[in-house]
Design a protein around this ligand. Structure first.
Ligand SMILES: Nc1nc2c(ncn2[C@@H]2O[C@H](COP(=O)(O)OP(=O)(O)OP(=O)(O)O)[C@@H](O)[C@H]2O)c(=O)[nH]1
Ligand SMILES: [Mg+2]
Length: 305
Protein backbone atom coordinates (compact mmCIF):
# COMPACT_ATOMS: atom_id res chain seq x y z
CA UNK A 1 0.00 0.00 0.00
CA UNK A 2 2.78 2.40 0.85
CA UNK A 3 4.14 1.75 -2.64
CA UNK A 4 1.25 3.53 -4.27
CA UNK A 5 0.97 6.39 -1.78
CA UNK A 6 1.58 9.64 -3.63
CA UNK A 7 2.87 12.85 -2.16
CA UNK A 8 2.40 16.39 -3.37
CA UNK A 9 3.14 19.85 -2.06
CA UNK A 10 4.88 23.14 -2.53
CA UNK A 11 8.58 23.99 -2.28
CA UNK A 12 9.35 27.70 -2.43
CA UNK A 13 12.72 28.99 -3.62
CA UNK A 14 13.78 32.18 -1.90
CA UNK A 15 16.98 34.18 -1.80
CA UNK A 16 18.68 37.40 -2.79
CA UNK A 17 18.26 38.64 -6.36
CA UNK A 18 20.50 36.71 -8.77
CA UNK A 19 20.98 33.72 -6.44
CA UNK A 20 19.87 31.34 -9.20
CA UNK A 21 16.30 30.58 -8.12
CA UNK A 22 14.83 30.67 -11.62
CA UNK A 23 17.71 28.62 -13.02
CA UNK A 24 17.03 25.98 -10.36
CA UNK A 25 13.29 25.96 -11.03
CA UNK A 26 13.93 25.43 -14.73
CA UNK A 27 16.33 22.58 -13.99
CA UNK A 28 13.80 20.92 -11.69
CA UNK A 29 11.00 21.22 -14.24
CA UNK A 30 13.22 20.26 -17.17
CA UNK A 31 12.06 23.21 -19.25
CA UNK A 32 12.47 26.93 -19.22
CA UNK A 33 9.38 28.28 -17.54
CA UNK A 34 10.98 31.14 -15.63
CA UNK A 35 13.20 33.71 -17.28
CA UNK A 36 16.87 33.99 -16.32
CA UNK A 37 19.30 36.86 -16.77
CA UNK A 38 22.59 37.90 -15.25
CA UNK A 39 20.86 40.98 -13.82
CA UNK A 40 19.21 41.32 -10.44
CA UNK A 41 15.43 41.53 -10.02
CA UNK A 42 14.58 39.51 -13.08
CA UNK A 43 11.66 37.55 -11.67
CA UNK A 44 8.74 39.76 -10.71
CA UNK A 45 6.00 37.41 -9.61
CA UNK A 46 5.51 33.95 -8.18
CA UNK A 47 5.95 31.32 -10.86
CA UNK A 48 5.07 27.71 -10.33
CA UNK A 49 6.77 24.81 -12.02
CA UNK A 50 5.83 21.18 -11.52
CA UNK A 51 8.45 18.44 -11.03
CA UNK A 52 8.01 14.73 -10.41
CA UNK A 53 10.25 12.47 -8.35
CA UNK A 54 8.81 8.97 -8.82
CA UNK A 55 5.34 9.15 -7.34
CA UNK A 56 6.04 12.40 -5.50
CA UNK A 57 5.05 15.72 -6.99
CA UNK A 58 6.87 18.90 -6.04
CA UNK A 59 5.36 22.18 -7.11
CA UNK A 60 8.29 24.58 -7.11
CA UNK A 61 7.49 28.20 -6.47
CA UNK A 62 10.00 30.62 -7.95
CA UNK A 63 9.88 33.99 -6.22
CA UNK A 64 11.29 37.46 -6.85
CA UNK A 65 14.57 38.07 -5.05
CA UNK A 66 14.41 39.39 -1.49
CA UNK A 67 16.01 42.77 -0.98
CA UNK A 68 15.24 46.02 0.78
CA UNK A 69 12.29 47.42 -1.20
CA UNK A 70 12.17 51.08 -2.07
CA UNK A 71 9.60 51.57 -4.79
CA UNK A 72 6.08 50.29 -5.24
CA UNK A 73 7.13 47.57 -7.66
CA UNK A 74 9.91 46.49 -5.27
CA UNK A 75 7.46 46.23 -2.43
CA UNK A 76 4.96 44.21 -4.45
CA UNK A 77 7.75 41.86 -5.57
CA UNK A 78 9.12 41.32 -2.08
CA UNK A 79 5.60 40.78 -0.71
CA UNK A 80 5.02 38.15 -3.42
CA UNK A 81 8.26 36.41 -2.44
CA UNK A 82 7.39 36.25 1.27
CA UNK A 83 3.86 35.14 0.37
CA UNK A 84 5.33 32.28 -1.65
CA UNK A 85 7.44 31.21 1.32
CA UNK A 86 4.59 31.41 3.82
CA UNK A 87 2.36 29.12 1.72
CA UNK A 88 5.01 26.43 1.08
CA UNK A 89 5.48 23.05 2.75
CA UNK A 90 9.25 23.48 2.57
CA UNK A 91 11.28 26.58 1.79
CA UNK A 92 14.68 26.39 0.13
CA UNK A 93 16.96 29.36 0.73
CA UNK A 94 19.43 29.79 -2.11
CA UNK A 95 22.69 31.60 -1.54
CA UNK A 96 25.66 32.13 -3.83
CA UNK A 97 28.74 30.11 -2.86
CA UNK A 98 31.21 32.80 -3.90
CA UNK A 99 29.38 35.58 -2.03
CA UNK A 100 28.62 33.61 1.12
CA UNK A 101 26.78 35.06 4.10
CA UNK A 102 26.17 38.58 2.80
CA UNK A 103 24.29 41.35 4.63
CA UNK A 104 21.36 40.59 2.35
CA UNK A 105 21.38 36.91 3.33
CA UNK A 106 21.66 37.86 7.00
CA UNK A 107 18.63 40.14 6.63
CA UNK A 108 16.66 37.24 5.15
CA UNK A 109 17.70 34.97 8.03
CA UNK A 110 16.62 37.63 10.54
CA UNK A 111 13.24 37.99 8.86
CA UNK A 112 12.81 34.21 8.77
CA UNK A 113 13.62 33.89 12.45
CA UNK A 114 11.25 36.67 13.35
CA UNK A 115 8.21 35.86 11.23
CA UNK A 116 8.59 32.39 9.78
CA UNK A 117 10.10 30.21 12.44
CA UNK A 118 7.29 27.69 11.78
CA UNK A 119 8.43 27.23 8.17
CA UNK A 120 10.61 24.22 7.31
CA UNK A 121 13.81 25.56 5.83
CA UNK A 122 16.57 23.93 3.81
CA UNK A 123 19.71 25.65 2.54
CA UNK A 124 21.02 25.33 -1.00
CA UNK A 125 24.47 26.78 -1.57
CA UNK A 126 24.39 27.45 -5.32
CA UNK A 127 27.07 28.18 -7.92
CA UNK A 128 29.52 25.74 -6.35
CA UNK A 129 31.22 25.65 -9.75
CA UNK A 130 32.62 29.08 -8.86
CA UNK A 131 34.47 28.16 -5.66
CA UNK A 132 37.02 25.68 -4.33
CA UNK A 133 35.71 22.63 -2.50
CA UNK A 134 37.50 23.54 0.75
CA UNK A 135 35.70 26.89 0.94
CA UNK A 136 32.36 25.11 0.85
CA UNK A 137 32.86 23.28 4.10
CA UNK A 138 33.63 26.52 5.94
CA UNK A 139 30.61 28.25 4.41
CA UNK A 140 28.34 25.31 5.26
CA UNK A 141 29.46 25.54 8.89
CA UNK A 142 29.10 29.30 9.02
CA UNK A 143 25.58 29.18 7.59
CA UNK A 144 24.49 26.42 9.94
CA UNK A 145 25.67 28.30 12.96
CA UNK A 146 23.76 31.35 11.76
CA UNK A 147 20.52 29.37 11.31
CA UNK A 148 19.24 25.93 12.15
CA UNK A 149 18.62 24.55 8.64
CA UNK A 150 17.00 21.15 8.32
CA UNK A 151 19.45 20.19 5.64
CA UNK A 152 22.16 21.74 3.47
CA UNK A 153 22.68 21.01 -0.22
CA UNK A 154 25.64 22.03 -2.34
CA UNK A 155 24.46 22.62 -5.87
CA UNK A 156 25.11 24.16 -9.23
CA UNK A 157 21.72 24.97 -10.69
CA UNK A 158 23.32 25.78 -14.00
CA UNK A 159 25.15 22.46 -14.32
CA UNK A 160 22.68 20.34 -12.37
CA UNK A 161 25.20 19.27 -9.72
CA UNK A 162 23.48 18.18 -6.53
CA UNK A 163 20.06 19.05 -7.92
CA UNK A 164 18.85 15.45 -8.15
CA UNK A 165 19.55 14.93 -4.42
CA UNK A 166 17.71 18.12 -3.55
CA UNK A 167 14.72 17.11 -5.65
CA UNK A 168 14.61 13.65 -4.13
CA UNK A 169 14.78 14.98 -0.59
CA UNK A 170 12.06 17.54 -1.27
CA UNK A 171 9.87 14.81 -2.81
CA UNK A 172 10.10 12.86 0.43
CA UNK A 173 9.17 15.92 2.50
CA UNK A 174 5.94 16.60 0.61
CA UNK A 175 2.74 15.70 2.46
CA UNK A 176 0.94 12.51 1.47
CA UNK A 177 -1.89 13.19 -0.91
CA UNK A 178 -2.99 13.21 -4.52
CA UNK A 179 -1.07 15.18 -7.13
CA UNK A 180 -1.99 18.83 -7.44
CA UNK A 181 -1.38 18.96 -11.19
CA UNK A 182 -1.47 16.34 -13.94
CA UNK A 183 2.00 14.76 -14.06
CA UNK A 184 2.63 16.06 -17.59
CA UNK A 185 1.93 19.69 -16.72
CA UNK A 186 5.06 21.75 -16.15
CA UNK A 187 3.78 25.21 -15.29
CA UNK A 188 0.59 26.99 -14.39
CA UNK A 189 1.43 30.31 -15.96
CA UNK A 190 -0.90 31.31 -18.79
CA UNK A 191 0.78 31.12 -22.20
CA UNK A 192 0.25 34.82 -22.82
CA UNK A 193 2.23 35.60 -19.70
CA UNK A 194 5.05 33.20 -20.57
CA UNK A 195 5.19 34.88 -23.98
CA UNK A 196 5.45 38.32 -22.37
CA UNK A 197 8.15 37.08 -20.00
CA UNK A 198 10.22 35.72 -22.88
CA UNK A 199 10.17 39.14 -24.55
CA UNK A 200 11.04 40.82 -21.26
CA UNK A 201 14.00 38.49 -20.88
CA UNK A 202 15.33 39.39 -24.33
CA UNK A 203 14.88 43.10 -23.58
CA UNK A 204 16.63 42.76 -20.22
CA UNK A 205 19.58 40.98 -21.83
CA UNK A 206 19.98 43.69 -24.44
CA UNK A 207 19.31 46.89 -22.51
CA UNK A 208 21.59 48.48 -19.99
CA UNK A 209 21.33 49.88 -16.50
CA UNK A 210 17.97 50.60 -14.94
CA UNK A 211 15.89 50.47 -18.08
CA UNK A 212 14.73 46.85 -17.79
CA UNK A 213 13.26 47.70 -14.41
CA UNK A 214 11.38 50.60 -15.94
CA UNK A 215 9.57 48.55 -18.53
CA UNK A 216 6.92 45.89 -18.61
CA UNK A 217 5.65 43.67 -21.39
CA UNK A 218 2.05 42.60 -21.92
CA UNK A 219 0.56 40.25 -24.46
CA UNK A 220 -2.25 42.22 -25.98
CA UNK A 221 -3.67 39.77 -28.52
CA UNK A 222 -3.19 36.13 -29.34
CA UNK A 223 -4.64 34.86 -32.56
CA UNK A 224 -4.62 31.24 -33.67
CA UNK A 225 -4.32 31.05 -37.43
CA UNK A 226 -5.76 28.43 -39.73
CA UNK A 227 -2.31 27.37 -40.91
CA UNK A 228 -1.42 26.37 -37.31
CA UNK A 229 0.70 29.42 -36.59
CA UNK A 230 0.00 32.02 -33.91
CA UNK A 231 -0.02 35.77 -34.23
CA UNK A 232 1.01 37.41 -30.98
CA UNK A 233 0.80 41.15 -30.39
CA UNK A 234 2.66 42.58 -27.43
CA UNK A 235 3.08 46.01 -25.91
CA UNK A 236 6.26 47.15 -24.22
CA UNK A 237 5.35 49.88 -21.74
CA UNK A 238 8.06 52.35 -20.85
CA UNK A 239 7.76 55.37 -18.59
CA UNK A 240 9.65 57.98 -20.61
CA UNK A 241 9.91 59.19 -24.17
CA UNK A 242 13.67 58.74 -24.11
CA UNK A 243 13.24 55.11 -23.13
CA UNK A 244 11.10 54.42 -26.14
CA UNK A 245 13.94 55.47 -28.40
CA UNK A 246 16.36 53.20 -26.52
CA UNK A 247 14.04 50.19 -26.75
CA UNK A 248 13.55 50.77 -30.47
CA UNK A 249 17.22 51.43 -31.12
CA UNK A 250 18.73 53.10 -34.16
CA UNK A 251 16.45 52.45 -37.10
CA UNK A 252 14.40 50.11 -34.90
CA UNK A 253 17.37 47.71 -34.68
CA UNK A 254 17.10 46.83 -31.00
CA UNK A 255 13.37 46.11 -31.13
CA UNK A 256 13.91 44.03 -34.24
CA UNK A 257 16.65 41.92 -32.64
CA UNK A 258 14.60 41.47 -29.46
CA UNK A 259 11.56 40.47 -31.42
CA UNK A 260 13.55 37.96 -33.47
CA UNK A 261 15.11 36.36 -30.38
CA UNK A 262 11.75 36.22 -28.57
CA UNK A 263 9.98 34.81 -31.62
CA UNK A 264 12.58 32.05 -32.01
CA UNK A 265 12.26 31.01 -28.39
CA UNK A 266 8.46 31.11 -28.52
CA UNK A 267 8.44 28.95 -31.63
CA UNK A 268 10.60 26.40 -29.91
CA UNK A 269 8.42 26.49 -26.80
CA UNK A 270 5.17 26.15 -28.74
CA UNK A 271 6.53 23.87 -31.44
CA UNK A 272 4.98 25.93 -34.21
CA UNK A 273 5.36 29.08 -36.20
CA UNK A 274 4.87 32.40 -34.46
CA UNK A 275 4.36 35.90 -35.85
CA UNK A 276 5.35 38.34 -33.14
CA UNK A 277 4.54 42.04 -33.25
CA UNK A 278 5.99 44.41 -30.67
CA UNK A 279 4.75 47.89 -30.05
CA UNK A 280 6.46 50.31 -27.66
CA UNK A 281 4.21 52.69 -25.74
CA UNK A 282 5.13 55.50 -23.40
CA UNK A 283 3.04 55.42 -20.27
CA UNK A 284 4.62 57.72 -17.70
CA UNK A 285 2.67 56.31 -14.79
CA UNK A 286 2.63 52.59 -15.48
CA UNK A 287 4.54 51.82 -12.29
CA UNK A 288 1.58 53.26 -10.37
CA UNK A 289 -1.21 51.54 -12.32
CA UNK A 290 -2.95 48.60 -10.67
CA UNK A 291 -3.77 46.96 -14.00
CA UNK A 292 -0.08 46.62 -14.86
CA UNK A 293 0.47 44.78 -11.57
CA UNK A 294 -2.40 42.36 -12.10
CA UNK A 295 -1.03 41.61 -15.58
CA UNK A 296 2.29 40.70 -13.93
CA UNK A 297 0.53 38.56 -11.33
CA UNK A 298 1.39 40.95 -8.50
CA UNK A 299 -0.85 42.47 -5.87
CA UNK A 300 -0.99 46.23 -6.35
CA UNK A 301 -1.96 46.84 -2.73
CA UNK A 302 1.17 45.06 -1.53
CA UNK A 303 3.08 47.89 -3.13
CA UNK A 304 1.69 50.30 -0.57
CA UNK A 305 3.98 51.03 2.32
N1 LIG B 1 28.21 29.95 -12.39
C1 LIG B 1 26.93 29.73 -12.14
N2 LIG B 1 26.01 30.64 -12.48
C2 LIG B 1 24.71 30.39 -12.19
C3 LIG B 1 24.30 29.20 -11.53
N3 LIG B 1 22.96 29.25 -11.36
C4 LIG B 1 22.56 30.42 -11.88
N4 LIG B 1 23.60 31.11 -12.41
C5 LIG B 1 23.57 32.42 -13.09
O1 LIG B 1 23.17 33.41 -12.17
C6 LIG B 1 22.41 34.45 -12.82
C7 LIG B 1 21.10 34.67 -12.12
O2 LIG B 1 20.29 33.53 -12.28
P1 LIG B 1 18.70 33.60 -12.07
O3 LIG B 1 18.21 32.19 -12.09
O4 LIG B 1 18.07 34.59 -12.99
O5 LIG B 1 18.65 34.17 -10.57
P2 LIG B 1 17.36 34.54 -9.70
O6 LIG B 1 17.68 34.16 -8.29
O7 LIG B 1 16.15 33.94 -10.28
O8 LIG B 1 17.34 36.13 -9.82
P3 LIG B 1 16.09 37.16 -9.61
O9 LIG B 1 14.95 36.66 -10.44
O10 LIG B 1 16.63 38.46 -10.11
O11 LIG B 1 15.80 37.19 -8.15
C8 LIG B 1 22.26 33.98 -14.28
O12 LIG B 1 23.24 34.63 -15.05
C9 LIG B 1 22.52 32.48 -14.19
O13 LIG B 1 22.99 31.95 -15.40
C10 LIG B 1 25.32 28.23 -11.19
O14 LIG B 1 25.07 27.16 -10.63
N5 LIG B 1 26.61 28.56 -11.50
MG1 LIG C 1 14.47 34.79 -10.97
Amino acid sequence: MTDTQTRAGFAALIGEPNAGKSTLLNWMVGAKVSIVTHKVQTTRARIRGVAMDDQNQIVFVDTPGLFRPRRRLDRAMVAAAWGGAADADVVVLLIEAHRGLTDGVQAILDALAENMSHVRLALAINKIDRVKAEDLLALTQKMNSAYDFEKTFLISAERGHGCEDLKHWLGEQMPEGPWLYPDDQIADLPMRMIAAEITREKLTLRLHQELPYQLTVETEKWEERKDGSARIDQIVYVSRDGHKGIVLGKGGETAKAVSKAAREELQEFLGRKVHLFLQVKVRPNWLEESERYSEMGLDFKDGNA
